[in-house]
Design a protein around this ligand. Sequence first.
Ligand SMILES: C[S@@+](CC[C@H](N)C(=O)[O-])C[C@H]1O[C@@H](n2cnc3c(N)ncnc32)[C@H](O)[C@@H]1O
Length: 144
Amino acid sequence: MKHPNISAYDGVEQLSSFTEKQFEQYCEKKLADCEKQVSFVRDFININTFKGNVIEVGSGSGKLLYALESNGLIKCGTGYELSNSRVKFSEKLSNYISSKKVTTICGDFLDSNVELESVDLIIGVDIVLQLIAPISDDSETKFF
Ligand SMILES: C[S@@+](CC[C@H](N)C(=O)[O-])C[C@H]1O[C@@H](n2cnc3c(N)ncnc32)[C@H](O)[C@@H]1O
């Protein structure tokens, strides 16, 4: 049986729950809410070595990756997200803001084969590690 954390976000941000207007208002608010996290990243990175290759684990709507992109902090962004409804939402948000540099992969980050050498920053925010750690004895170690 699959751990409940794997499917905990199924159906979240289901596009059919939003009118076009609601979608736009929701996205504008979500993107604006990322201001603090964008500032944190800007302060955290070494601008002399940072090339803008960014991964977010559990990227949800993709709001943070898109906010980083619109602030010029991403050359190539990849979000990993388990929830199919959230990935679909993220794709619509990508079109809405005409994103060119962010891709969202629907799947488990722990199954990915990330070439760490090519990544400048891996982000996991908002309890994502707390969701991953209980899944199996080695999932936290695998994550790191
Ligand atoms: C609390 S939400 C945070 C979403 C987003 N980062 C935000 O700040 O709005 C955690 C997200 O991580 C996703 N998630 C959890 N474990 C994951 C994994 N192993 N691989 C990819 N996504 C995962 C969940 O589906 C959920 O959408």
